[in-house]
Every structure is written in C-alpha cells, then in structure tokens.
Design a protein around this ligand. Structure first.
Ligand code: UFG
Length: 330
C-alpha cells in the first residue's frame, strides 16, 4: 500500500513510518515541521514539507503518489495549552482535519487511520477502559479528538469512507537501536522528564500528587510502546477494504504503572539517581487510566511486544543516551 503519513516527522508518526517499511508498505511523509523533526524521516522516504490544510498541494500529492490510505498523526497534544488557547487546538486538530478529509474526497482516497487518545473518555470512566464508554473529554485537547471521532462517524456513513480510530494510552519508548525517539518541546511527559533527570539535564523532577486512591498514592497510567501502537494501526489495513467501516480501538498493555514505579525503573535502567520533590496535583490528572485492549487483540490479532515497563524504558533510555538533546544531536 502507498500510505500518506500526515505528521510522519512527529513522535508516533515517525515510528509508524518505519513499521510501515518493515511491513512492506510504502510510506510517504507529509509534515509542516512545526512540531516534527526532518531527521526522523528515513533516507529514501519521499517527504513533502506541506501543511495538511494546503488543500491544492495535498490533493496533488494524494493523486501523484497514488495514495491508498491516509494516516493522520498531526495534532497539537499539550492539554494545558489547549485550555489557554483552545482555538489554536481547534484550528489545528479539527479544522485542518476537516480540510484533509475534504482533500481525500477530492482525490478519491477513502481509507483513513486516525490517532486519537484515551483522554476522549474523561474522568468519570472507571478503568480498565473499553470502547463502549461514552465520549466525555474534560479538556479542549480531548474535545478536539472526540470531535474528529464524531466527524469520522458521519463521514463513513455519508461518503462510504472507511476509518480506523486508535485511542492511545501513554505512548512511550523509542525504536530499537536508538535511531529515533521522543523529542517534544516543551517536554511534559513523565518518562522523558525522569530520563532528563537521570542524564543530569534537570536537577530533580516533581511528582504531581501522592494521595491519589492508588497503591502508592501516585497516578496509574498505561505505558505502551510506540512501535506496538504502530503495528496495531497497520494490522487494521485489511479491515478498511470494506467501504463505510468505522473501527475504534483502545490501545494499551492493560497493566498500569505508578509515577513512583516509573521513576524507580528509570533509576534501575540508567543506574543513576532520579531525585524528586512532591508537588501539588496537576489539574486534569485522573487517578488511574488503563486500557482494556481485548477488542484490538481479538480483531487485529494485536499483542504488545513490549509487555513490561522496564522493556519500554530501556528503549527510551537508549535513545536519550545517544541523543541527549534529541534531534539536535542527529
Ligand atoms: N507526572 C509527574 N511529573 C512530571 C510529569 C508527569 O508526576 O514531571 C505524572 C502526571 O501527573 C501523570 C503521569 O505522570 O500522573 C503521566 O503524565 P504524562 O504527562 O506523561 O502523561 P498523561 O497521562 O498526562 O498524558 C497522556 C499522554 C499525553 C496526552 C494525555 C491525554 O502522554 O500526550 O495523556 O491524552 F495528551
């Protein structure tokens, strides 16, 4: 398949590009490089530095590259920013996705894979989260993902388009070999921050809240390897052959880890201390979020290859060690 990977120079998109190659597909990257890193694109992969809302160019690319499937990873992801500047998130995550879908219609491409988030389920949901739970996001970011999920529901019914929605829990880790990895600016995610402390780039870190109703009082999250996420997306391709299909999958390992367990594992893997201070709870954090991925397991025959938090952190550590300043070191 010829696959247009929109946001293919970003964290999850760039890992998916490599997994597409492993699976024998031809990835073509489209990215405006606002957040993405050109150095994450493998040599020999066609790259279009184009904004996904530049409809004339996108239609042209879809036709010229004979694209079969579009995968869309190009979203703003910072929850805090989305609350301060919701229109920025709505424009990028919703309006530009509508533009991309219209371009696909114009070019006659009707298979779509969408990167969503467990955050669409909101804070009332009780884990483990399955796909039957209602959409109840509590941030503007989460609402933008939920909005696109609803838009895809209507589009698949109206236009015969077929779409697969993947809701990630905590995407983490890096490709084997430490060639590509996680490089966000600003970095807000727990594992890379703990690694930056281990590397001596930060003196210490903060643990946001330790009186949650969890075994050690810190939040439980479902950390899932970015290559495992990518493999699930690719496994859905055959199911998209049927027109009008809408598939939704929650992707996680189902085994949560606490903030303190993550810090301890980073210390073990790196062999270095990760000092921290206790800090107040971060707004919007739920005590526990982990997936019931039974649907992905049965329908896509998907099993995460990285089943332990240690195996995931080892890959992240390898990347950060060889690229302490991210793609600046590439
Ligand atoms: N945490 C700390 N200290 C830090 C950073 C994080 O204690 O310095 C804690 C958080 O409070 C949370 C846990 O570590 O309890 C995980 O936090 P992350 O920011 O790594 O991940 P989230 O669960 O908040 O976010 C995940 C994804 C985001 C996505 C969000 C909503 O990683 O990209 O879900 O879908 F936006």
């Amino acid at each position: 398949m010829n696959v247009l990977v929109v946001g293919g120079a970003g964290y999850i998109g760039s890992h998916c590009v490599r997994q597409l190659q492993v699976a024998g597909h031809t990835p073509i990257v489209l990215d405006n490089l606002v957040k993405g890193h050109k150095d994450s694109i493998p040599e020999g992969v066609t790259f279009h530095e184009v904004d996904l809302a530049d409809s004339p160019k996108v239609v042209d690319i879809l036709k010229k590259e004979a694209i079969d499937i579009v995968m869309h990873f190009a979203a703003f992801i910072e929850v805090g920013e989305s609350m301060q500047d919701p229109l920025k998130h709505y424009e990028n995550n919703v309006a530009k996705t509508v533009s991309l879908l219209k371009s696909m219609r114009e070019a006659g491409v009707n298979k779509f894979v969408f990167s969503s988030s467990c955050t669409v389920l909101g804070e009332e949901a009780e884990p483990p989260f399955d796909e039957t739970m209602p959409l109840r996001p509590i941030s503007a970011y989460g609402q933008t993902k939920a909005d696109v999920e609803v838009i895809l529901n209507y589009c698949t019914k109206a236009y015969g388009m077929s779409a697969a929605i993947f809701r990630y829990f905590n995407a983490s880790g890096a490709a084997e070999g430490g060639i590509i990895g996680e490089d966000h600016s600003p970095e807000t995610h727990l594992i890379p921050i703990a690694i930056q402390v281990a590397l001596g780039q930060r003196e210490k870190m903060m643990v946001f809240g330790n009186d949650y109703p969890t075994p050690d009082g810190t939040c439980l999250r479902d950390y899932v390897h970015v290559d495992d996420l990518s493999r699930a997306h690719i496994a859905a391709f055959p199911l998209l052959e049927e027109n009008g299909k809408l598939l939704t999958y929650n992707l996680g390992t189902g085994t949560p880890a606490s903030v303190l367990e993550i810090i301890k594992t980073v210390e073990e893997v790196s062999g270095r201390p990760v000092p921290y201070d206790l800090a107040p709870k971060r707004a919007g954090d739920v005590p526990a979020a982990y997936a019931d991925s039974a649907k992905a397991k049965s329908e896509l025959n998907w099993t995460p290859q990285y089943g332990t938090i240690r195996s995931i952190i080892e890959t992240a550590w390898a990347w950060h060690q060889s690229h302490p300043h991210g793609y600046e070191d590439a």
